[in-house]
Design a protein around this ligand. Structure first.
Ligand code: EPZ
Length: 418
């Protein structure tokens, strides 16, 4: 097991460069098998989730040529075989291969993990979209078989605003016959990324980023090139760390519009930032910080992935704050560990109430999921003494070189194999 050890209490200064978006990358790699030629993607984060998807490409005999933060994917000789269960159940985003294989072969057969630690995370909306396009779906345990004589465009209304379902339906529809409309679609930047990537291949997708997306099916998708946008959650995480223990910490390679809601919450709390075209510097104003109310929402609202790291900041402000989680039903597992460090947080139904400020003291904690792990890192950086974070594999799934990046700005942090 990997463990991260942090000696807290140090001021971080200098700049951290944000890597390519994990959540965009996890959709782009499966989308790349829809072309008949090769797809070149650069600015891919070197994280374990990327590696896991490359294992799946290998199962499908897709040629992958990886170099630093870029990948050339060539599906010319691919085989539509059942993806090995130990590969597909490593991450939920493997479900994008359902839409991609269905979209390319009218058939997909794969194992799929159930919920994970932040909630049940059903895929009913994905399956509803595939059926609307003409797929017949059977499942044997957690193995899904999707088959269609022909995929035909359809009007699909999502009962739940779902990033995954929106993207998966686009993947299945780009080569379907006719026009598909997705109503009540998710509007996250990752959807714009995947649609731009596919349009670069010759797809005809309009409306990405709005709640109505139209896809006109095409027969052929050709080679393309695409650069992954910066990771908005990684950026927001380091900006919050800058607010906690930065000395004018600069976070580089940021699209500020992607984190507007979080930046305005920082302002409400009293954190001052300098927002540039492609960077955010957290200003060291020593202003008194005060509590606020946060309610997670779909984009462009306050993103659910940031409620856990942001809660660490709320343990340090004066007064009461609340964080209400509206997207996932089980995303407060970080609270018990923040309280073990000395925070004062109670959770009732889907709302955490935080009383600050509280002095945090290092101890052993666990990363229960990716963003809870990020919260543990943020807390460890300000806690007195040593904080040990177990199950640190969760953190390495989504934060490229997090130990190196934090060390470069003055943190005392290391990763051990125990
Ligand atoms: C994506 O997950 C992200 N993951 C998540 O980031 C992110 O938290 C989430 O979107 C919300 O923004 C990737 O992009 C790989 P959803 P996804 O479908 O697509 C329910 C991280 O930390 N729902 O938008 O799985 C679902 O249970 C990860 O990087 C259904 O009910 O999320 C949830 O309550 C965590 N039926 C809500 O919708 C469905 O068919 C939103 O889920 C699909 C979803």
């Amino acid at each position: 097991m990997k463990v991260i050890e942090i000696e807290g209490g140090r001021k971080l200064s200098g700049s951290i460069r944000v890597s390519g978006s994990k959540n965009a990358t996890l959709a782009l790699i499966p989308a790349a098998i829809l072309t008949d030629e090769e797809a070149t993607i650069c600015n891919i984060p070197e994280i374990t989730d990327t590696d896991a998807l490359c294992d799946i490409l290998a199962d499908l005999n897709v040629k992958v040529n990886r170099s630093t933060e870029s990948m050339v994917i060539n599906p010319k000789d691919m085989k539509n075989v059942v993806i090995a269960e130990e590969h597909s159940n490593k991450l939920r985003a493997s479900y994008y291969f359902m839409g991609a294989l269905l979209g390319r072969y009218n058939k997909a057969e794969m194992y799929f993990p159930g919920g994970c630690s932040i909630g049940a995370r059903p895929i009913d909306q994905h399956l509803k979209g595939f059926e609307a396009l003409g797929a017949k779906i059977t499942n044997e345990g957690n193995k899904y078989i999707l088959e269609a004589k022909e995929l035909k465009g359809a009007n699909i209304y999502l009962d739940v605003v779902s990033v995954g379902a929106t993207i998966n339906i686009i993947l299945a529809a780009v080569r379907a016959k006719g026009i598909t409309t997705i109503e009540n679609a998710a509007k996250e930047p990752e959807i714009v990324c995947v649609s731009t990537f596919l349009n670069n291949m010759g797809a005809k997708i309009t409306g990405a980023g709005t709640s109505t997306i139209k896809i006109e099916g095409v027969d052929h998708l050709h080679k393309c090139f695409y650069e992954v946008v910066p990771d908005r959650i990684e950026a927001a995480t380091y900006i919050v760390i800058g607010a906690l223990c930065g000395d004018n910490l600069k976070v580089d390679n940021v699209i500020p519009e992607h984190i507007d809601a979080m930046l305005s919450k920082l302002e409400e709390v009293g954190v001052e930032t300098e927002v540039g075209v492609d960077y955010v510097t957290v200003l060291n104003t020593n202003k008194e910080l005060k509590g606020t109310k946060i309610k997670t929402a779909v984009y462009p609202g306050f993103v659910t992935d940031m409620q856990q790291p942001f809660t660490v900041l709320l343990t340090q402000v004066n007064g009461k704050s609340t964080v209400t989680e509206t997207i996932f039903e089980n995303r407060f597992k970080h609270v018990q560990y923040l309280n073990a460090l000395g925070a004062n947080i109670t959770v009732e139904n889907q709302t955490a109430t935080i009383i600050g400020p509280t002095k945090l003291k290092g101890t052993e904690v666990a990363a229960t999921d990716l963003r809870a792990g990020a919260a543990m890192v943020a807390a460890g950086l300000i806690a007195e003494g040593k904080t040990t974070i177990t199950n640190a594999e969760h953190i390495l799934r989504g934060y490229e070189q997090i130990v190196e990046k934090l060390t470069s700005v003055g943190a005392k942090i290391k990763i051990l194999e125990v």
